[in-house]
Design a protein around this ligand. Structure first.
Ligand code: GLU
Length: 293
């Protein structure tokens, strides 16, 4: 099997040391495996994505010594693909529209009978308000709403997967608690620790989870190398791969870069922007040393 991996930054701010680590590691492993390293621009959030950040990504990765095939895939060019997948999932009855705002969700999730609100990869686990409101309707008979968020009915989705071997993935790195090897999970775990995730956001027409799964499949990614902060979201991606009949790639979640005190670097830590190190005269070899490669 050809080894194909990718680095998938969002052009919503400067690249920092954490990004450099992820990109260099993915590229190094691809080289060691005689495989290929791809770059993908994850710009579905058009309210925050900027061309100058995208240009800076190309510039800084090139400065770091990375190369990738061109043209690169940009998610904003693939909205039609995401739309078709949503049509398919809607037609299968797996989606429902949700009009709850953050406050509604927090209030419903902390209602006395629900116990304390639990957190999943996307925040408070959705208490199911809109799903319950729609449960007696066959939503498939109605056109898919275009301007409302759509959530995945996770229990229904799990029920549709009969091959239990789809509820697992291979972890070549490790999760935050050292999880490694074959990671298995059950439908109940998905229902209780993830809940009905949003697959189409308002004003976006898609979501990170849906787009990443569709793009990794379309590009034939065999190994996903990314930070441990996305380990918990992987089960959502594996479920979507099963629903959409895609293979599940292997995952390698890497440790997050920490500062001198051991604190995880925030996603946006401008103090550790690559541009700052460059301006101070550091070399690409210095960056490699700083991230431990
Ligand atoms: N675009 C995501 C981010 O910048 C990364 C997605 C992924 O690697 O799966 O955090």
């Amino acid at each position: 099997m050809t080894f194909l991996t990718r680095f998938a930054p969002s052009p919503t701010g400067p690249l920092h040391l954490g990004h450099a680590y992820s990109a260099l590691l993915a590229s190094d492993i691809a080289k060691a495996e005689s495989g290929q390293f791809l770059l993908r621009i994850e710009d579905i959030d058009q309210s925050r994505s900027r061309q100058h950040w995208e240009d800076q990504i190309y510039n800084e990765l090139t400065w770091l010594g990375l190369t990738w095939p061109k043209p690169v895939v940009r998610q904003s060019d693939r909205m039609g693909v995401y739309d078709q997948a949503l049509d398919r999932l809607w037609g299968q009855g797996f989606l429902f529209p949700c009009t709850c705002n953050r406050k509604d969700i927090a209030a419903a999730a902390s209602a006395p009978q629900e116990g304390a609100p639990m957190h999943g990869p996307d925040g408070i686990i959705y208490p199911g308000t809109c799903r319950k409101a729609h449960q007696d309707k066959d939503l498939r008979q109605h056109p898919r709403p275009r301007n409302e968020p759509l959530r995945l009915d996770i229990a229904k989705a799990c029920q549709a997967i009969h091959d239990q071997s789809r509820f697992q993935f291979i972890e070549l790195g490790s999760g935050p608690d050292g999880e490694t090897g074959t990671i298995t999970f059950t439908p109940d775990e998905l229902i209780n620790t993830i809940g009905d995730v949003v697959l189409s956001r308002r004003d976006m027409g898609t979501s990170y989870h849906l787009s990443v799964v569709l793009d990794d499949a379309a590009q034939g990614i065999t190994h996903v190398v990314r930070g441990q902060d996305l380990f918990e979201a992987t089960r959502i991606h594996v479920l979507l791969q099963a629903l959409l009949d895609f293979p599940t790639p292997a995952y390698l979640h890497h440790d997050l870069i920490r500062d001198e005190t051991g604190k995880r670097l925030a996603k946006r830590d401008d103090a550790r922007a690559i541009s700052k190190y460059r301006a101070e005269g550091h070399s690409p070899a210095d960056i490699r040393r700083l991230v431990g490669l």
